[in-house]
Structure formats: structure tokens, C-alpha cells
Design a protein around this ligand. Structure first.
Ligand code: ATP
Ligand code: ZN
Length: 292
């Protein structure tokens, strides 16, 4: 059957963004709240809604062709066993968090090197062990599936390795963040080499759409008026703009209207420097879709 099956998180931090991303790629699903399988309507791509922890396994077993999951989860499974193979096809930029080492506020552990021989509570033992190994540190992993932050208080570990986004949980448990081991975002994973040719073509179409959506998210359409002799400088000041279009202004022969797509983030500082270079009537608009 020539349909692609994608596993996404059923409910949690990644669910909404994963679904939104796929919908922006033009995918529509016949869905029902209690069903775990959503059938793709206009495009032969179906969804399986599962716990995020199950996604790498589901891909390795060939139950789904693609999956959206945090790099933290995927790498944990891959680092457990070198023979397992999953390809990261695209970083998606949401679900950002960091895997950090934290220690009790009064701890003697002041650096990563001090962790040598210590007990570290974590839900990511393989990933933590391998990242510490890269820094020449060997510690003992205490695997916990949740509430890792209470382990030092209970005396079952000297430090923890856990996901942090704001640090509130750490502070509430009197822990200090010692160092960041790994920065994670959600990513699209798959096993390209297992895909039959017909599916591969479908996947390529889907990836082209996905790239368009990911690029459009950063891109802005900029319109402004510029002195004719400052066009070159103004083009240079537009981040990631390639060939702007120039149009004559009926009312002012010395100025032109300039339209360009900026493919990198555009900040107020950029607008200010454009203004200083002589630009006026600067308008910045979001780009919804992009292809080619
Ligand atoms: P499930 O029921 O699917 O197993 P979960 O409770 O394990 O859900 P979530 O808390 O929804 O998972 O987190 C999913 C992913 O979101 C994490 O694996 C991580 O990649 C990312 N994430 C982003 N910020 C954070 C954070 N502050 N804490 C934990 N995970 C975060
Ligand atoms: Zn989970």
C-alpha cells in the first residue's frame, strides 16, 4: 500500500506543533478524538498517535515510516545500541529544551569533571553516559522514568541529568544547573533505506513541502521605498535576501519601490539600519508558503 505513516505524540508538549506543521504541509486527516489512527484525506499520509517514548521503537520496527519526536528521546534509543539506525531528516525547531546536569545547591560537585564516579539520576542514561564519556567522565547512571529532580534529596543520586526549559523545577527542588550536556529540538526521523521506491517519491514530495513551510516560518516579505542610488546598500542590509524586484515610482523618479524575500530573521535593528540608509515606507509581511 502506497501510503506513508507518520507517528506523532498523542498528547503532550509536541502534539499540537507536530499536527500544525503537517497541516501546514497541506495534509488533512479524518480524525476522531478517541482513535489513534488518523486517515489522510487528500494526500496518502496517515497518522498514528502514540506516546513520544514509543516513537523510535515504532520506526525501528517498521510500523511507521516517519516520526516526529524530541532528539533527546531518539538519541537515547540510538545510543543504547549502535546497531540501531534512524535518520534525522529535518530539525523542526519546536520543543526546544536542554539536557542539563544539576546538583544540590550545597553540593561539592562544581564541574563536569567532579562527576567522576558519582551517581546520576536520569531518564536518559545512555545519552548522558555517552555525552559524559565524550568529556572523559565515567559516572554511574541511576535510571528513573520520572520525578528525577527529587533523587538527590532522597539520597539516591549525587546529581541529575534532566530536561530543562526554564529552570523553575530545578529551583523548586534546590538544585543548580551545572552545565548543559545537549540542546534538543523536535525532529523528523525516518528510515530512508527501508522505504520502497514508490514511497520514497511520496516522501520527497512531503519533504519539499515541509522545507517550504520551515523556510516560510523564518522568511518575511519586505516592501520599501529606496533612493535609486542606495539600492545596492539596502539590498545588502536585508538579511538573506537574494534578488529584489525594483519598480519605478510615478511620483518620484529618484526613488524606487523595492520588494524582497528575506530568508533570515528580520529584527528592529535591521529596519533601523534600512531607514538610516534612506529607506522609507518599510513594510514587513509574513510568508505563508514557499516553493522553489
Ligand atoms: P508522553 O505521554 O507522550 O510520554 P511525556 O510526558 O513523556 O509525554 P512531554 O512532557 O510532553 O512528554 O515532552 C515531550 C518532549 O518535549 C520531550 O521529550 C522534549 O523533547 C520536549 N520538551 C520541551 N520542553 C521540555 C521541558 N521543559 N521538559 C520536558 N520536555 C520538554
Ligand atoms: Zn514520554
Amino acid at each position: 500500500m502506497n501510503r506513508i505513516r507518520i507517528a506523532i505524540q498523542r498528547s503532550g508538549r509536541l502534539s499540537e506543533r507536530s499536527l500544525d506543521l503537517l497541516q501546514r504541509c497541506g495534509l488533512r486527516f479524518a480524525r476522531s478524538k478517541d482513535k489513534l489512527y488518523w486517515y489522510g484525506q487528500d494526500f496518502p499520509v496517515d497518522l498514528l498517535l502514540v506516546r513520544d517514548d514509543d516513537i523510535p521503537r515504532i520506526l525501528l520496527d517498521g510500523v511507521c515510516d516517519l516520526g516526529i519526536v524530541g532528539q533527546n528521546i531518539a538519541l537515547e534509543v540510538l545510543r543504547e545500541d549502535d546497531d540501531r539506525e534512524l535518520q534525522e531528516l529535518r530539525e523542526l525547531g519546536f520543543g526546544r529544551c536542554r539536557l542539563s546536569i544539576a546538583v544540590p545547591e550545597q553540593s561539592e560537585i562544581k564541574s563536569i569533571a567532579d562527576l567522576e564516579g558519582c551517581r546520576i539520576a536520569t531518564s536518559y542514561p545512555a545519552l548522558t553516559n555517552s555525552l559524559l564519556g565524550e568529556q572523559g567522565v565515567k559516572a554511574e547512571m541511576v535510571k528513573l522514568s520520572g520525578s528525577v529532580e527529587i533523587a538527590p534529596g532522597l539520597g539516591t543520586a549525587d546529581a541529575i541529568s534532566d530536561l530543562v526549559s526554564t529552570g523553575t523545577t530545578l529551583r523548586a527542588n534546590h538544585l543548580t544547573e551545572l552545565d548543559v550536556l545537549f540542546e534538543s529540538t523536535a525532529a523528523l526521523y525516518g528510515q530512508m533505506n527501508r522505504l520502497p521506491d514508490e514511497k520514497r517519491l511520496l516522501l520527497e514530495r512531503l519533504l519539499a513541502r515541509l522545507d517550504g513551510v520551515l523556510q516560510a516560518a523564518e522568511s518575511k516579505y519586505v516592501m520599501l521605498h529606496a533612493p535609486r542610488d542606495a539600492v545596492e546598500e539596502i539590498t545588502r542590509l536585508l538579511p538573506g535576501a537574494e534578488h529584489p524586484s525594483l519598480m519605478n515610482l510615478e511620483s518620484d523618479p529618484d526613488r524606487v519601490a523595492l520588494h524582497a524575500v528575506c530568508r533570515e530573521a528580520l529584527f528592529w535593528e535591521h529596519l533601523e539600519s534600512l531607514k538610516n540608509a534612506g529607506a522609507s515606507a518599510i513594510l514587513v509581511m509574513p510568508v505563508e508558503k514557499m516553493l522553489g
